[in-house]
Design a protein around this ligand. Structure first.
Ligand SMILES: Cc1cc2nc3c(=O)[nH]c(=O)nc-3n(C[C@H](O)[C@H](O)[C@H](O)COP(=O)(O)OP(=O)(O)OC[C@H]3O[C@@H](n4cnc5c(N)ncnc54)[C@H](O)[C@@H]3O)c2cc1C
Length: 296
């Protein structure tokens, strides 16, 4: 098959922000949509399991040998912006901070919150990433997807996608996001937008451990509560298992003190869940996605 560029036995810890993850049997970073589609066809024809990662910023990958093909979308990053209408068409691998800054420079409002989120557009749609009351679903018009089982390519409108808090159907189904159409409000004041974007980034880097490997918020916030607050109230900040530590800066972050393995992190997640359930009667649901585990 044309345009297939496969590497073998690639260490996935280099492709996750928490710097943990085992080996992918086959690995590829397609440069464009055609290469991406060809890779999925290859895995389908050869009966290879196919999994996708963006920037790996919300992922805990087990330290095992992951059979099949792992595709990283980070090189699929083309974007077109129509400043007059606010329409944006973007490939799945573009990083949110880059998009956020580009929107501001084009006078488009509504993407300022995304500047501090170190993930791709595809990963953000799969996670319905957001900040406060805003999330990517608010600006989404449609996604172009490929079905890994049938290889059918289709466009799905936002109204047909059941987005929830940090959740979308793409976490369960066979559809991989190729690209997306988004709509932002045009004719914003560029200086103000750039200033808000700068301030948002500053606020995040001052309140969260950006200088250490992590995967962002470990748990979803329970209704009317905050996971980080519950963890902090139990005095768990700084609690460690192996090289994994609950951040001293933010209770809902686990950081990798350079030597953590996937089991340290999973054990720490489990201990936090047990303690919060025992002491507060609340079950914390992970926000982070697990790969290569038998995790429910
Ligand atoms: C320091 C830090 C701060 C963060 N702050 C926030 C925040 O404020 N708000 C927030 O919501 N998140 C936050 N996150 C988490 C994370 O950045 C977001 O969830 C992000 O959108 C994940 O994108 P990704 O490309 O890294 O996805 P990955 O972690 O690579 O993947 C996440 C999931 O998406 C799937 N996926 C990836 N690409 C595609 C695709 N093209 N098609 C279908 N499925 C796909 C993967 O299979 C996986 O299930 C933070 C993370 C860090 C490290």
């Amino acid at each position: 098959m044309k345009n297939i560029n496969l590497e073998k036995k690639i260490k996935l810890s280099n492709y996750t922000t928490i710097k943990v993850g085992g080996f992918a049997e086959y690995f590829s970073m397609p440069n464009n949509i055609n290469d991406f589609i060809n890779l999925i066809k290859w895995s389908n024809i050869n009966n290879q399991e196919c999994r996708i990662i963006g920037a790996g910023s919300n992922l805990l990958i087990n330290d095992i040998f992951l059979k099949g093909l792992t595709i990283c979308t980070k090189k699929m990053r083309s974007i077109t912006i129509e400043p007059i209408s606010g329409l944006v068409e973007v490939e799945a691998g573009l990083m949110l901070p880059i998009m956020s800054n580009m929107l501001a420079k084009n006078g488009l409002r509504g993407g300022e919150w995304a500047v501090g989120i170190p993930g791709t557009v595809g990963g953000a749609i799969c996670m319905n990433a957001g900040s406060g009351k805003l999330s990517i679903a608010n600006n989404l018009l449609s996604v172009q997807v490929i079905d890994t089982k049938t290889l059918a390519i289709s466009e799905i409108e936002k109204k047909d996608i059941d987005f929830q808090y940090r959740c979308s159907p793409f976490q369960q189904n066979n559809l991989l996001i190729i690209s997306a159409k988004l709509l932002f409000q045009p004719k914003g004041n560029i200086e103000q937008l750039l200033e808000t974007t700068r301030k948002n980034l500053k606020r995040k880097t001052e309140s969260q451990p950006y200088d250490l490997p992590s995967f962002g918020s470990v748990f979803k916030n329970p209704t009317h509560n905050y996971a980080g607050k519950l963890i902090e109230e139990l005095g768990l900040k700084g609690f460690k298992i192996g090289g994994a530590e609950i951040s001293t800066m933010h209770g809902n972050f686990i950081v990798n003190n350079s030597s953590a393995n996937s089991q340290d992190i999973l054990n720490l997640i489990t201990v936090i869940q047990q303690k919060v359930l025992q002491k507060k009667g609340i079950f914390l649901q992970p926000e982070v996605r697990m790969m290569g585990f038998d995790y429910p």
